[in-house]
Write a protein that binds this ligand. Structure first.
Ligand code: BTN
Length: 296
């Protein structure tokens, strides 16, 4: 019976060695993703303490929202190995193949005004950046408001959705997609997308990354709640902002213009200076920016 279980674990990707007269030794595990593996890696108080795992689902954001409607507690984490209907921002799709990425969504129930909820996306971006650094040593930058980039290419995107009733937040769901171990990308995105593997030459364990991100998120969320804005996180955010001090193209509904990006303010808006010296405050969700020579 033990031998059978050991074989099953090997099939799941665990490295097991038979030791003569003593039994079996767990040598390590490849990039195994399962509810047990994730839960045993996470040591937080509330973020990701409850994990709902799918080998395959439509979109973890859809599942997290469904669970939130059914009273799932604050901190519930939904993770999928593969999404067949992954959603990106601006109605785009999100390529989410099996075995290589982190596709996860967190259920949050903050007692803040709905107008402040979009800042949680920035808190999530900061936490993913921190988790990646802690786990891999890789230093990703943040492209305002919530993309993470490595060497000028996108490795993470975040889609935050919210439900309100009578001007009160029912729940907020930040959905995080991280390209971890992809060795290649479809033609449509290969110029702008990268994975941690492609940028480092190493395969990373997704469960370890998820745990490090949940730890960072729990800490940053508390800092955010102290003031209800980005005051306590602004400095760190601006430190990693790849747009900072660079010329960006602001894609506003009334037309495009070029400006210099200065950094975010307490509300998480991007402050930019136009050629004539006028300063503008760009509110996330309404306007986007891109680099003048490409994505960053
Ligand atoms: C973007 O367009 O940059 C945002 C992409 C967000 C993708 C993640 S993957 C997990 C979660 N589930 C989804 O369907 N989307 C988000």
């Amino acid at each position: 019976a033990v031998w059978k279980v050991m074989n099953q674990l090997k099939e799941e990707g665990y490295e097991i060695e038979a030791v003569r007269n003593r039994g079996y030794a767990l040598k390590g595990s490849a990039d195994v993703l399962s509810a047990e593996e994730i839960m045993s890696s996470i040591h937080t108080e509330w973020a990701g303490r409850q994990v709902v795992y799918f080998d395959e689902t439509d979109s973890t954001n859809i599942q997290a929202r469904r669970l939130a409607e059914q009273k799932a507690p604050h901190g519930t984490l939904v993770v999928a190995d593969r999404q067949n209907g992954g959603r990106g921002r601006r109605g785009r799709g999100w390529t989410s193949p099996s075995g290589v990425g982190i596709w996860m969504s967190l259920v949050l129930r903050p007692k803040i005004s709905p107008a402040s909820a979009s800042m949680l996306t920035l808190v999530a971006a900061l936490s993913v950046r921190e988790g990646i650094e802690k786990e891999t040593g890789l230093l990703a930058g943040i492209k305002w408001p919530n993309d993470l980039v490595l060497n000028g290419k996108k490795i993470c995107g975040i889609l935050t959705e919210m439900s309100t009733e009578l001007m009160e937040i029912q729940y907020v769901v930040p959905g995080i997609g991280i390209n971890v171990n992809q060795t290649e990308f479809p033609d449509e995105i290969k110029e702008t997308a990268a994975s941690l593997y492609l940028e480092s030459g190493k395969i990373w364990k997704r469960s370890g990354l998820i745990a490090a991100i949940m730890e960072a998120f729990e800490k940053n969320y508390d800092i955010f709640l102290e003031t209800g804005d980005m005051s306590g996180l602004m400095e760190e955010y601006n430190q990693y902002l790849v747009n900072r001090g660079k010329e960006v193209c602001v894609l506003a509904p009334q037309g495009e213009y070029r400006a210099m990006a200065d950094g975010i303010n307490r509300e998480g808006s991007l402050l930019v200076t136009r050629a004539d010296g006028t300063r503008e405050e760009i509110i996330s969700g309404e306007v986007s920016v891109r680099g003048i020579y490409g994505y960053v």
